[in-house]
Design a protein around this ligand. Sequence first.
Ligand SMILES: Nc1ncnc2c1ncn2[C@@H]1O[C@H](COP(=O)(O)OP(=O)(O)OP(=O)(O)O)[C@@H](O)[C@H]1O
Length: 426
Amino acid sequence: MSETAIRVENLGKKYIISHKQGLSSNKSLRESISNTVKSIGQKFLPSSTKEINPSREEFWALQDISFEIKQGDRVGVIGRNGAGKSTLLKILSRVTEPTHGKIAIRGRVASLLEVGTGFHQELSGRENIYLNGAILGMGKEEIKRKFDEIIAFAEVEKFLDTPVKRYSSGMYVRLAFAVAAHLDPEVLIVDEVLAVGDAQFQKKCLGKMEDVSTKEGRTVIFVSHQMSAIEALCSRAILLQSGKVVLDSNPQEAIRGYLGNAYSLTKGISLKERTDRTGNGKVRFESFRIIDEEGTEVTALQSGKDYRFELGYFNSLEKRTDNVVVSLDIFDERNNRVMLFRTNFTNDNLSLNPGFGSISCSINKLPLANGEYRFLLFMSYADTEIFDWIEDAASARVDGGDFFGTGSIGLPTHCKLLSEVQWSNS
Ligand SMILES: Nc1ncnc2c1ncn2[C@@H]1O[C@H](COP(=O)(O)OP(=O)(O)OP(=O)(O)O)[C@@H](O)[C@H]1O
Protein backbone atom coordinates (compact mmCIF):
# COMPACT_ATOMS: atom_id res chain seq x y z
CA MET A 1 0.00 0.00 0.00
CA SER A 2 1.35 3.43 -0.86
CA GLU A 3 2.35 5.77 1.91
CA THR A 4 0.58 8.90 3.00
CA ALA A 5 2.21 11.94 1.42
CA ILE A 6 -0.06 14.63 2.82
CA ARG A 7 -2.41 14.66 5.77
CA VAL A 8 -4.63 17.65 6.40
CA GLU A 9 -6.77 17.79 9.55
CA ASN A 10 -9.49 20.24 10.33
CA LEU A 11 -7.80 23.03 8.41
CA GLY A 12 -9.25 26.52 8.55
CA LYS A 13 -8.10 29.85 7.20
CA LYS A 14 -9.56 33.11 8.39
CA TYR A 15 -8.82 36.43 6.76
CA ILE A 16 -9.35 39.72 8.51
CA ILE A 17 -10.57 42.29 6.09
CA SER A 18 -10.13 45.89 7.10
CA HIS A 19 -12.35 48.07 5.03
CA LYS A 20 -10.47 51.35 5.04
CA GLN A 21 -7.22 50.07 3.69
CA GLY A 22 -5.38 51.01 0.55
CA LEU A 23 -3.18 48.70 -1.46
CA SER A 24 -0.76 47.45 1.14
CA SER A 25 2.57 46.18 -0.07
CA ASN A 26 2.14 42.61 1.13
CA LYS A 27 -1.14 42.08 -0.71
CA SER A 28 -1.62 41.17 -4.31
CA LEU A 29 -3.70 43.50 -6.43
CA ARG A 30 -6.18 40.68 -6.95
CA GLU A 31 -6.61 40.22 -3.22
CA SER A 32 -7.09 43.91 -2.67
CA ILE A 33 -9.66 44.13 -5.43
CA SER A 34 -11.53 41.13 -4.10
CA ASN A 35 -11.59 42.65 -0.61
CA THR A 36 -12.91 45.91 -1.98
CA VAL A 37 -15.66 44.05 -3.80
CA LYS A 38 -16.50 42.19 -0.60
CA SER A 39 -16.64 45.34 1.43
CA ILE A 40 -18.93 46.98 -1.13
CA GLY A 41 -21.13 43.86 -0.97
CA GLN A 42 -21.30 44.15 2.83
CA LYS A 43 -22.85 47.60 2.57
CA PHE A 44 -25.90 46.06 0.96
CA LEU A 45 -26.32 43.28 3.48
CA PRO A 46 -28.96 43.52 6.23
CA SER A 47 -27.49 45.08 9.35
CA SER A 48 -27.68 41.83 11.35
CA THR A 49 -24.98 40.20 9.18
CA LYS A 50 -22.61 43.13 9.61
CA GLU A 51 -19.82 43.05 12.14
CA ILE A 52 -19.97 45.28 15.20
CA ASN A 53 -16.73 46.90 14.17
CA PRO A 54 -17.43 48.00 10.59
CA SER A 55 -13.79 48.55 9.72
CA ARG A 56 -12.80 44.98 10.52
CA GLU A 57 -14.44 41.87 9.24
CA GLU A 58 -13.63 38.18 9.63
CA PHE A 59 -13.90 35.91 6.65
CA TRP A 60 -13.33 32.16 6.56
CA ALA A 61 -11.76 31.24 3.19
CA LEU A 62 -11.40 27.59 4.30
CA GLN A 63 -13.25 25.66 6.98
CA ASP A 64 -13.01 22.11 8.39
CA ILE A 65 -10.85 20.76 5.59
CA SER A 66 -9.58 17.22 6.19
CA PHE A 67 -8.13 14.75 3.71
CA GLU A 68 -5.26 12.40 3.13
CA ILE A 69 -3.29 12.06 -0.08
CA LYS A 70 -1.21 8.99 -0.89
CA GLN A 71 2.20 9.15 -2.46
CA GLY A 72 1.90 9.10 -6.26
CA ASP A 73 -1.70 10.39 -6.29
CA ARG A 74 -2.63 13.05 -8.83
CA VAL A 75 -5.27 15.15 -7.14
CA GLY A 76 -7.29 17.84 -8.88
CA VAL A 77 -8.78 20.65 -6.80
CA ILE A 78 -11.80 22.22 -8.45
CA GLY A 79 -14.46 24.76 -7.54
CA ARG A 80 -15.93 28.07 -8.56
CA ASN A 81 -14.07 31.38 -8.23
CA GLY A 82 -13.47 32.17 -4.60
CA ALA A 83 -14.07 28.59 -3.42
CA GLY A 84 -10.71 28.53 -1.63
CA LYS A 85 -8.55 26.53 -4.05
CA SER A 86 -5.60 28.91 -4.14
CA THR A 87 -5.74 29.43 -0.40
CA LEU A 88 -5.49 25.67 0.12
CA LEU A 89 -2.51 25.40 -2.24
CA LYS A 90 -0.80 28.34 -0.55
CA ILE A 91 -1.16 26.66 2.84
CA LEU A 92 0.15 23.35 1.49
CA SER A 93 3.07 25.25 -0.06
CA ARG A 94 3.69 27.03 3.28
CA VAL A 95 3.28 30.42 1.64
CA THR A 96 0.59 31.22 4.18
CA GLU A 97 -0.25 29.83 7.62
CA PRO A 98 -3.55 28.15 8.46
CA THR A 99 -5.61 29.77 11.22
CA HIS A 100 -6.18 26.35 12.75
CA GLY A 101 -5.77 22.70 11.90
CA LYS A 102 -2.75 20.61 11.03
CA ILE A 103 -0.91 19.65 7.89
CA ALA A 104 1.78 17.02 7.57
CA ILE A 105 3.70 16.61 4.35
CA ARG A 106 6.29 13.97 3.67
CA GLY A 107 9.16 15.30 1.58
CA ARG A 108 9.96 18.43 -0.39
CA VAL A 109 7.26 20.54 -1.96
CA ALA A 110 7.72 22.52 -5.16
CA SER A 111 4.90 24.76 -6.16
CA LEU A 112 3.85 26.88 -9.02
CA LEU A 113 1.33 29.34 -7.66
CA GLU A 114 0.20 32.65 -9.14
CA VAL A 115 2.49 34.14 -11.75
CA GLY A 116 4.85 36.42 -9.88
CA THR A 117 5.48 34.15 -6.92
CA GLY A 118 8.51 31.92 -6.53
CA PHE A 119 10.99 33.85 -8.69
CA HIS A 120 13.15 36.79 -7.79
CA GLN A 121 12.27 39.48 -10.33
CA GLU A 122 15.73 41.08 -10.58
CA LEU A 123 17.56 37.79 -11.08
CA SER A 124 18.05 36.11 -14.43
CA GLY A 125 16.42 32.86 -15.46
CA ARG A 126 19.70 31.04 -14.78
CA GLU A 127 20.06 32.55 -11.29
CA ASN A 128 16.47 31.75 -10.44
CA ILE A 129 16.97 28.10 -11.37
CA TYR A 130 19.88 27.87 -8.91
CA LEU A 131 18.04 29.84 -6.25
CA ASN A 132 14.96 27.61 -6.46
CA GLY A 133 17.09 24.48 -6.39
CA ALA A 134 18.87 25.74 -3.29
CA ILE A 135 15.54 26.56 -1.61
CA LEU A 136 14.49 22.98 -2.27
CA GLY A 137 17.64 21.84 -0.53
CA MET A 138 19.57 20.69 -3.62
CA GLY A 139 23.32 20.95 -4.00
CA LYS A 140 24.95 22.90 -6.86
CA GLU A 141 26.00 19.71 -8.68
CA GLU A 142 22.52 18.28 -8.46
CA ILE A 143 21.01 21.45 -9.91
CA LYS A 144 23.64 21.52 -12.67
CA ARG A 145 22.59 18.03 -13.71
CA LYS A 146 18.98 19.17 -14.05
CA PHE A 147 19.80 22.51 -15.66
CA ASP A 148 19.80 21.47 -19.32
CA GLU A 149 16.56 19.55 -18.95
CA ILE A 150 14.91 22.60 -17.42
CA ILE A 151 15.91 25.04 -20.14
CA ALA A 152 15.09 22.57 -22.90
CA PHE A 153 11.64 22.03 -21.43
CA ALA A 154 10.99 25.75 -20.88
CA GLU A 155 12.36 26.74 -24.32
CA VAL A 156 13.95 29.91 -22.94
CA GLU A 157 17.61 29.28 -23.90
CA LYS A 158 18.00 32.71 -25.49
CA PHE A 159 16.78 34.53 -22.41
CA LEU A 160 18.67 32.65 -19.74
CA ASP A 161 20.68 35.69 -18.68
CA THR A 162 17.80 38.15 -18.87
CA PRO A 163 16.15 39.19 -15.58
CA VAL A 164 12.84 37.37 -15.31
CA LYS A 165 11.00 40.68 -14.84
CA ARG A 166 11.55 41.18 -18.57
CA TYR A 167 9.95 37.85 -19.47
CA SER A 168 6.53 37.64 -21.04
CA SER A 169 3.98 35.88 -18.84
CA GLY A 170 4.16 32.85 -21.14
CA MET A 171 7.97 32.60 -20.83
CA TYR A 172 7.77 33.12 -17.10
CA VAL A 173 5.29 30.33 -16.61
CA ARG A 174 7.24 27.98 -18.86
CA LEU A 175 10.37 28.47 -16.82
CA ALA A 176 8.57 28.38 -13.47
CA PHE A 177 6.83 25.13 -14.38
CA ALA A 178 10.02 23.57 -15.70
CA VAL A 179 11.88 24.45 -12.51
CA ALA A 180 9.14 23.12 -10.22
CA ALA A 181 8.68 19.89 -12.17
CA HIS A 182 12.35 19.05 -12.77
CA LEU A 183 13.82 19.68 -9.35
CA ASP A 184 12.51 16.34 -8.13
CA PRO A 185 10.14 17.47 -5.40
CA GLU A 186 8.21 14.74 -3.61
CA VAL A 187 5.09 16.88 -3.94
CA LEU A 188 4.41 19.08 -6.95
CA ILE A 189 1.70 21.72 -6.55
CA VAL A 190 0.45 23.56 -9.62
CA ASP A 191 -2.19 26.32 -9.57
CA GLU A 192 -4.13 27.25 -12.71
CA VAL A 193 -1.13 29.10 -14.20
CA LEU A 194 -1.08 26.75 -17.15
CA ALA A 195 -3.93 28.79 -18.55
CA VAL A 196 -1.27 31.39 -19.44
CA GLY A 197 0.66 29.08 -21.74
CA ASP A 198 -0.34 28.06 -25.24
CA ALA A 199 -2.19 24.82 -25.90
CA GLN A 200 0.93 22.92 -26.93
CA PHE A 201 2.76 23.91 -23.78
CA GLN A 202 -0.24 23.04 -21.63
CA LYS A 203 -0.25 19.59 -23.13
CA LYS A 204 3.47 19.22 -22.48
CA CYS A 205 2.96 20.25 -18.83
CA LEU A 206 0.10 17.80 -18.34
CA GLY A 207 2.31 15.07 -19.82
CA LYS A 208 5.17 16.03 -17.52
CA MET A 209 2.94 16.02 -14.43
CA GLU A 210 1.69 12.59 -15.38
CA ASP A 211 5.26 11.32 -15.79
CA VAL A 212 6.37 12.84 -12.51
CA SER A 213 3.60 10.90 -10.81
CA THR A 214 3.48 7.58 -12.69
CA LYS A 215 7.18 7.13 -13.47
CA GLU A 216 8.71 8.79 -10.43
CA GLY A 217 5.97 8.06 -7.89
CA ARG A 218 5.64 11.70 -6.88
CA THR A 219 2.47 13.36 -5.68
CA VAL A 220 0.81 16.03 -7.81
CA ILE A 221 -1.84 18.52 -6.72
CA PHE A 222 -3.35 20.52 -9.52
CA VAL A 223 -5.92 23.35 -9.60
CA SER A 224 -7.69 24.07 -12.86
CA HIS A 225 -10.92 25.42 -14.24
CA GLN A 226 -10.35 23.26 -17.28
CA MET A 227 -12.29 20.10 -16.60
CA SER A 228 -10.73 18.29 -19.56
CA ALA A 229 -7.29 18.77 -18.00
CA ILE A 230 -8.52 17.51 -14.61
CA GLU A 231 -10.13 14.51 -16.27
CA ALA A 232 -7.03 13.72 -18.32
CA LEU A 233 -4.49 14.07 -15.53
CA CYS A 234 -6.01 13.35 -12.16
CA SER A 235 -6.70 10.11 -10.39
CA ARG A 236 -8.84 11.88 -7.82
CA ALA A 237 -10.51 15.27 -7.45
CA ILE A 238 -11.60 17.40 -4.52
CA LEU A 239 -14.49 19.80 -5.07
CA LEU A 240 -14.45 22.91 -2.89
CA GLN A 241 -17.46 25.12 -2.36
CA SER A 242 -17.37 28.23 -0.16
CA GLY A 243 -14.25 26.99 1.59
CA LYS A 244 -15.51 23.47 2.31
CA VAL A 245 -14.91 20.08 0.74
CA VAL A 246 -18.21 18.99 -0.80
CA LEU A 247 -16.92 16.04 -2.84
CA ASP A 248 -13.72 14.01 -2.72
CA SER A 249 -13.92 11.24 -5.29
CA ASN A 250 -12.91 10.16 -8.77
CA PRO A 251 -12.53 13.07 -11.23
CA GLN A 252 -15.66 12.23 -13.24
CA GLU A 253 -17.90 12.35 -10.20
CA ALA A 254 -16.33 15.54 -8.87
CA ILE A 255 -16.64 17.22 -12.29
CA ARG A 256 -20.28 16.19 -12.45
CA GLY A 257 -20.74 17.73 -9.00
CA TYR A 258 -18.98 20.92 -10.10
CA LEU A 259 -21.02 21.28 -13.25
CA GLY A 260 -24.09 20.00 -11.42
CA ASN A 261 -26.00 23.13 -10.69
CA ALA A 262 -24.94 24.96 -13.81
CA TYR A 263 -28.06 24.15 -15.84
CA SER A 264 -31.55 25.01 -14.84
CA LEU A 265 -34.97 25.69 -16.12
CA THR A 266 -35.10 29.45 -16.06
CA LYS A 267 -37.15 30.93 -13.23
CA GLY A 268 -36.96 27.56 -11.44
CA ILE A 269 -40.38 26.36 -12.59
CA SER A 270 -41.20 23.58 -15.01
CA LEU A 271 -42.05 24.53 -18.57
CA LYS A 272 -45.53 23.14 -18.05
CA GLU A 273 -46.24 25.86 -15.49
CA ARG A 274 -44.68 28.76 -17.34
CA THR A 275 -47.19 31.45 -18.21
CA ASP A 276 -44.79 33.83 -19.98
CA ARG A 277 -45.21 32.18 -23.36
CA THR A 278 -46.75 33.05 -26.73
CA GLY A 279 -48.89 30.92 -29.09
CA ASN A 280 -52.33 29.31 -29.19
CA GLY A 281 -51.21 26.44 -26.94
CA LYS A 282 -52.73 23.68 -29.08
CA VAL A 283 -49.38 21.96 -28.74
CA ARG A 284 -47.21 23.03 -25.80
CA PHE A 285 -43.73 22.33 -24.55
CA GLU A 286 -43.85 20.58 -21.18
CA SER A 287 -40.24 19.74 -20.42
CA PHE A 288 -36.66 20.26 -21.54
CA ARG A 289 -33.78 17.91 -20.86
CA ILE A 290 -30.22 17.55 -22.06
CA ILE A 291 -28.97 13.98 -22.51
CA ASP A 292 -25.31 13.07 -22.93
CA GLU A 293 -23.58 10.38 -25.02
CA GLU A 294 -24.27 7.74 -22.37
CA GLY A 295 -27.96 8.52 -22.22
CA THR A 296 -27.73 10.27 -18.86
CA GLU A 297 -29.49 13.55 -18.21
CA VAL A 298 -26.83 16.15 -17.65
CA THR A 299 -26.95 19.49 -16.01
CA ALA A 300 -24.14 21.16 -17.92
CA LEU A 301 -22.36 20.82 -21.21
CA GLN A 302 -18.83 20.43 -22.46
CA SER A 303 -17.60 21.64 -25.84
CA GLY A 304 -16.85 18.87 -28.30
CA LYS A 305 -19.21 16.28 -26.79
CA ASP A 306 -22.40 14.84 -28.31
CA TYR A 307 -25.78 15.79 -26.85
CA ARG A 308 -29.47 15.29 -27.38
CA PHE A 309 -31.94 18.01 -26.44
CA GLU A 310 -35.22 16.38 -25.51
CA LEU A 311 -38.35 18.52 -25.67
CA GLY A 312 -41.40 17.00 -24.02
CA TYR A 313 -44.75 18.22 -25.40
CA PHE A 314 -48.49 17.81 -25.00
CA ASN A 315 -50.59 17.85 -28.17
CA SER A 316 -54.20 18.71 -27.29
CA LEU A 317 -55.37 18.27 -30.87
CA GLU A 318 -57.22 15.02 -31.25
CA LYS A 319 -55.49 13.91 -34.39
CA ARG A 320 -51.98 13.48 -35.58
CA THR A 321 -50.57 16.90 -36.47
CA ASP A 322 -48.34 17.12 -39.53
CA ASN A 323 -45.95 19.75 -40.76
CA VAL A 324 -44.89 20.95 -37.31
CA VAL A 325 -41.93 23.33 -37.30
CA VAL A 326 -39.79 23.20 -34.16
CA SER A 327 -36.84 25.38 -33.38
CA LEU A 328 -34.29 25.58 -30.62
CA ASP A 329 -32.28 28.80 -30.42
CA ILE A 330 -29.22 29.32 -28.26
CA PHE A 331 -28.21 32.75 -26.91
CA ASP A 332 -24.94 33.76 -25.27
CA GLU A 333 -24.42 36.03 -22.23
CA ARG A 334 -24.62 39.12 -24.45
CA ASN A 335 -27.90 37.98 -25.87
CA ASN A 336 -26.46 37.15 -29.28
CA ARG A 337 -28.24 34.26 -30.94
CA VAL A 338 -25.25 32.00 -31.55
CA MET A 339 -27.05 28.93 -32.86
CA LEU A 340 -30.45 28.21 -34.31
CA PHE A 341 -31.71 24.71 -35.13
CA ARG A 342 -34.98 24.57 -37.05
CA THR A 343 -36.71 21.57 -38.58
CA ASN A 344 -37.65 23.30 -41.84
CA PHE A 345 -34.01 24.16 -42.65
CA THR A 346 -33.46 20.49 -43.29
CA ASN A 347 -36.97 19.44 -44.36
CA ASP A 348 -37.36 17.64 -41.07
CA ASN A 349 -40.77 19.02 -40.11
CA LEU A 350 -42.43 16.69 -37.64
CA SER A 351 -45.68 14.79 -37.33
CA LEU A 352 -46.83 14.77 -33.71
CA ASN A 353 -49.22 12.24 -32.22
CA PRO A 354 -52.01 13.48 -29.97
CA GLY A 355 -51.29 13.53 -26.24
CA PHE A 356 -47.83 13.42 -24.68
CA GLY A 357 -44.67 12.87 -26.68
CA SER A 358 -41.13 14.05 -27.05
CA ILE A 359 -39.02 15.64 -29.76
CA SER A 360 -35.29 15.04 -29.94
CA CYS A 361 -32.67 17.32 -31.41
CA SER A 362 -29.22 15.71 -31.46
CA ILE A 363 -25.97 17.48 -32.04
CA ASN A 364 -22.57 15.93 -32.53
CA LYS A 365 -19.47 17.65 -31.22
CA LEU A 366 -21.04 20.66 -29.54
CA PRO A 367 -19.25 23.70 -31.02
CA LEU A 368 -20.02 26.18 -28.21
CA ALA A 369 -17.13 27.76 -26.32
CA ASN A 370 -17.17 28.03 -22.51
CA GLY A 371 -19.86 30.33 -21.17
CA GLU A 372 -23.48 30.68 -20.09
CA TYR A 373 -26.22 30.07 -22.65
CA ARG A 374 -30.00 30.39 -22.75
CA PHE A 375 -32.45 28.40 -24.84
CA LEU A 376 -35.54 29.56 -26.69
CA LEU A 377 -38.12 26.99 -27.79
CA PHE A 378 -40.52 27.56 -30.66
CA MET A 379 -43.17 25.38 -32.32
CA SER A 380 -45.64 26.21 -35.10
CA TYR A 381 -47.90 24.63 -37.67
CA ALA A 382 -46.08 25.20 -40.98
CA ASP A 383 -45.30 28.90 -41.00
CA THR A 384 -48.86 29.93 -40.29
CA GLU A 385 -49.91 29.20 -36.72
CA ILE A 386 -47.70 29.52 -33.64
CA PHE A 387 -48.38 26.73 -31.16
CA ASP A 388 -45.89 27.65 -28.47
CA TRP A 389 -42.94 29.99 -28.00
CA ILE A 390 -40.95 30.26 -24.76
CA GLU A 391 -38.04 32.63 -24.46
CA ASP A 392 -35.49 31.81 -21.77
CA ALA A 393 -36.87 28.31 -21.42
CA ALA A 394 -33.66 27.02 -19.84
CA SER A 395 -30.09 28.04 -19.31
CA ALA A 396 -26.91 26.01 -19.23
CA ARG A 397 -23.23 26.49 -18.71
CA VAL A 398 -20.66 25.12 -21.12
CA ASP A 399 -17.48 24.43 -19.24
CA GLY A 400 -14.31 22.46 -19.52
CA GLY A 401 -14.66 20.59 -22.81
CA ASP A 402 -11.94 19.82 -25.31
CA PHE A 403 -13.41 20.56 -28.74
CA PHE A 404 -10.08 20.64 -30.57
CA GLY A 405 -8.53 17.73 -28.71
CA THR A 406 -5.56 19.97 -27.88
CA GLY A 407 -6.66 21.27 -24.50
CA SER A 408 -7.30 24.73 -25.97
CA ILE A 409 -10.67 26.25 -25.08
CA GLY A 410 -10.43 28.82 -27.88
CA LEU A 411 -11.08 32.42 -26.86
CA PRO A 412 -14.54 32.36 -25.25
CA THR A 413 -14.50 36.11 -24.57
CA HIS A 414 -13.99 36.79 -28.30
CA CYS A 415 -15.84 34.04 -30.07
CA LYS A 416 -18.48 31.59 -28.96
CA LEU A 417 -18.44 29.19 -31.88
CA LEU A 418 -15.68 26.66 -32.29
CA SER A 419 -14.88 25.16 -35.64
CA GLU A 420 -12.17 22.95 -37.01
CA VAL A 421 -10.36 24.13 -40.11
CA GLN A 422 -7.37 22.86 -42.05
CA TRP A 423 -4.32 25.12 -42.11
CA SER A 424 -1.56 24.82 -44.68
CA ASN A 425 1.00 26.95 -46.41
CA SER A 426 2.82 26.81 -49.70
N1 LIG B 1 -5.31 37.87 1.58
C1 LIG B 1 -6.64 37.76 1.59
N2 LIG B 1 -7.38 38.59 2.36
C2 LIG B 1 -8.72 38.48 2.38
N3 LIG B 1 -9.45 37.59 1.66
C3 LIG B 1 -8.76 36.75 0.87
C4 LIG B 1 -7.34 36.79 0.78
N4 LIG B 1 -6.94 35.84 -0.10
C5 LIG B 1 -8.08 35.23 -0.54
N5 LIG B 1 -9.16 35.78 0.04
C6 LIG B 1 -10.55 35.41 -0.16
O1 LIG B 1 -10.69 34.03 0.16
C7 LIG B 1 -11.62 33.40 -0.73
C8 LIG B 1 -10.95 32.23 -1.38
O2 LIG B 1 -9.98 32.73 -2.28
P1 LIG B 1 -9.11 31.79 -3.22
O3 LIG B 1 -8.21 32.67 -4.02
O4 LIG B 1 -8.50 30.73 -2.39
O5 LIG B 1 -10.24 31.15 -4.14
P2 LIG B 1 -10.08 30.30 -5.47
O6 LIG B 1 -10.99 29.14 -5.34
O7 LIG B 1 -8.63 30.02 -5.71
O8 LIG B 1 -10.63 31.31 -6.55
P3 LIG B 1 -10.19 31.54 -8.10
O9 LIG B 1 -10.75 30.39 -8.86
O10 LIG B 1 -10.88 32.83 -8.43
O11 LIG B 1 -8.71 31.62 -8.14
C9 LIG B 1 -12.07 34.47 -1.71
O12 LIG B 1 -13.31 34.97 -1.28
C10 LIG B 1 -10.98 35.52 -1.62
O13 LIG B 1 -11.50 36.80 -1.90
